[in-house]
Design a protein around this ligand. Structure first.
Ligand code: 2AM
Ligand code: CA
Length: 302
């Protein structure tokens, strides 16, 4: 939980029962962290490079996430602080990936596009997906790194450093959560399915259409969730936690890694109209293969 994350809890007196329980729990967590860190036996050299960059940037983000709590109390410059955290994380990822693959290009949320000598490979990076959650102390945010090869997603990593969940996939090799293979759900009956979505906010266009879509989905399904990180929403579809996810007006860095992870987990990804332009046109629909056609019909049934 955000409220117990970071500095505050480490100040608990060591002799208290609460501190002893916490120490035991944190040792167990740390051991499981070490196991996860060293147990990704299926990972290729490429995934190892991406994971290393994500984990390195994550250390700063977790520290900054703890600090957000303090800043909220004093109400001083939280948004600026988060923007700085975002930029710092992007810099770490940029440096790590540039050293590992000096010729590859980049598309990054903050810096934009950087052309590489090798024009068939480029990294697509969102250093902090779920910025609003981060700002509010909600532990649902992620680092998203994809490698695009010949304009197609080839490898992807989505990492939530608070839960230490690392979702990853490489084309043709399946999808994983830490060291465990993941698959999309098998549900096809709409009344049993949970959909995730993103909704426009603060005067952004398309609210009426999005609410109509949400209303239709709410009417026929087991529920709709709006968690605020497209990269994690996609990863959750891949892991079978959500049966489907849709959102409009996204950028390539929000979805490139997550979309590959869904496909490698056996799911289907398209734009909301069913076409292939989800990386460039901004709308996305990801679902398990049994559900994709009826999800598309439900959304376009306006
Ligand atoms: P972000 O947190 O990196 O900005 C939430 O609906 C999803 O929309 C998140 O993945 C979020 O990514 C993305 N998004 C895209 N543009 C956004 C914006 N201007 N403000 C907030 N979220 C945005
Ligand atoms: Ca994003």
């Amino acid at each position: 939980m955000a409220r117990t994350w970071g500095a505050k809890i480490s100040r608990a007196p060591l002799h208290s029962a609460r501190a002893r329980v916490w120490c035991a729990a944190s040792s167990a967590l740390w051991l499981s962290h070490i196991r996860k860190t060293h147990a990704m036996s299926h990972a290729s050299a490429l995934i190892t490079i991406m994971t290393k960059a994500a984990r390195k940037a994550a250390r700063g983000l977790v520290r900054d996430f703890g600090e957000v709590q303090e800043l909220q109390v004093s109400k001083k410059g939280v948004a600026d602080f988060v923007s700085l955290a975002d930029h710092r994380a992007e810099q770490v990822i940029y440096e790590e990936l540039s050293v590992a693959r000096p010729k590859y290009g980049f598309v990054m949320e903050e810096r934009g596009e950087i052309e590489g000598v090798d024009n068939s490979n480029r990294w697509i990076v969102d250093p902090l997906d779920g910025t609003t959650n981060f700002l509010h102390g909600l532990p649902q945010f992620a680092i998203s790194i994809a490698l695009e090869r010949d304009r197609q997603p080839f490898a992807g990593v989505v990492y939530n450093p608070v839960t230490d969940e690392l979702f990853w996939a490489e084309k043709g090799a399946g999808a994983f959560l830490n060291d465990r293979r993941i698959r999309v759900s098998e549900r096809s009956d709409l009344s049993e399915c949970v959909f995730a979505c993103g909704l426009p906010f603060a005067g952004r266009p398309g609210r009426e259409r999005a609410l109509k879509e949400a209303e239709r989905v709410l009417e026929q399904t087991a529920g709709v969730r709006r968690f605020g990180s497209a990269a994690l929403d996609l990863a959750f579809v891949a892991a079978g936690r959500f049966d489907a996810f849709w959102e409009r007006d996204l950028n390539i860095w929000d979805v490139a890694a997550g979309a590959l992870i869904v496909r490698e987990a056996g799911g289907m990804v398209s734009d909301i109209e069913g076409g292939a332009k989800f990386l460039t046109e901004g709308s996305i629909l990801a679902a398990n293969a049994n559900l994709h056609t009826s999800a598309k019909a439900l959304l376009s049934d306006g």
